[in-house]
Design a protein around this ligand. Structure first.
Ligand code: NAP
Length: 278
């Protein structure tokens, strides 16, 4: 078992969005490198079963629950079940999230707006309200929230995604101070990462090739985030695009957003057609 990040050893950890992408990568490392018992949460059983299969002989360190994290009652039922079963977690990784289709702000339906805010932000408010009192009964509790580089700088076509992730980042920053010394809070801001998150963008194969060329691989991003968690980093900006956005957002907040949005416009790719047409 790894000495580095020993605070994670043998912990019971809840990971939302553990059926694929970053969540599955983090869950796997927690199990294999720190002998954690992970309870994964997502909605699709088929994806979860694939992940369990991938775990092979480690599958006995993993269990899952299928529910929508954006419904508070689901968290209340989950917490009650955990208490009754005696499997009380001490770490929660709020990773589940969605990337709405890129659109100009006035083209989103109310349903799309609600979905982005509910899944990417309010789900974590509910999870924290319900789970934090439970985590605080354990040794060395922690909540790690996966936001995005989009929380640092808003680009054209990402209004509600950025708003939901900026809300999550700032919410986590308040918790970090309010519970310092009682619970480790961290916010993660990854840049573009090659996972399935782009599936709703309906881009051509050429566009998707370009996107994957500018993305960090999922394995590398998981490694970077995992190292940060092991070292209890309070904030992680990860990925070359995320670092660039962070620097520009600090030094040139208006020019930076204009520059990056203009690059997207000039790239003239189909995934941005609902952003820049007319
Ligand atoms: N990939 C990137 O470029 C990137 C960049 C910055 C930040 N992020 C953030 O990183 C996190 C993980 O993203 P990813 O790239 O790994 O995406 P992904 O491959 O699409 O995985 C998302 C996970 O979240 C689950 N999920 C989504 N909505 C849910 C809901 N309402 N209730 C429960 N589970 C839900 C999905 O499972 P089900 O569909 O089965 O529910 C899936 O397991 C997200 O918060 C995302 O915003 C990603």
């Amino acid at each position: 078992m790894a000495n580095k990040g020993a605070w994670l050893n043998n912990k019971t950890v809840v990971v939302t969005g553990a059926s694929g992408g970053l969540g599955a990568g983090l869950a796997e490392k927690l199990i294999k490198e720190h002998n954690c018992y992970v309870i994964g949460i997502a909605r699709s059983e088929a994806k979860m079963k694939k992940f369990v299969e991938k775990l092979g002989s480690y599958a006995d360190h993993f269990d899952y629950r299928l529910f929508d994290v954006s419904i508070k009652e689901n968290w209340e039922n989950f917490a009650a079940e955990m208490k009754a079963s005696g499997k009380v977690p001490s770490v929660l990784i709020n990773n589940a999230g969605i990337l709405p289709k890129f659109k100009r702000t006035d083209r989103y339906t109310q349903e799309e707006i609600d979905q982005a805010m509910n899944i990417n932000f309010f789900s974590i408010v509910y999870a924290t309200q319900v789970m934090l009192p439970v985590l605080l009964t354990q040794n060395d509790p922690a909540i790690i929230n996966v936001a995005s580089s989009a929380s640092l700088m808003t680009l054209a076509g990402t209004s509600f995604y950025s708003a939901s992730k900026a809300a999550l980042r700032t919410y986590t920053e308040a918790l970090r101070y309010e519970f310092r010394g009682k619970c480790y809070f961290s916010v993660v801001c990854p840049g573009f990462t090659a996972t399935d998150i782009m599936r709703d963008q309906a881009g051509s194969s050429n566009t998707m090739k370009i996107v994957s060329m500018v993305s960090t691989s999922c394995e590398t991003m998981v490694d970077w985030i995992f190292k940060g968690i092991e070292n209890k980093k309070p904030m992680m900006v990860r990925g070359f695009d995320a670092w660039a956005m962070d620097i520009f957002a600090r030094l040139f907040p208006v020019f930076g957003s204009t520059l990056f949005s203009t690059v997207m416009k000039v790239a003239n790719v189909d995934i941005f057609q609902d952003v820049f047409k007319d």
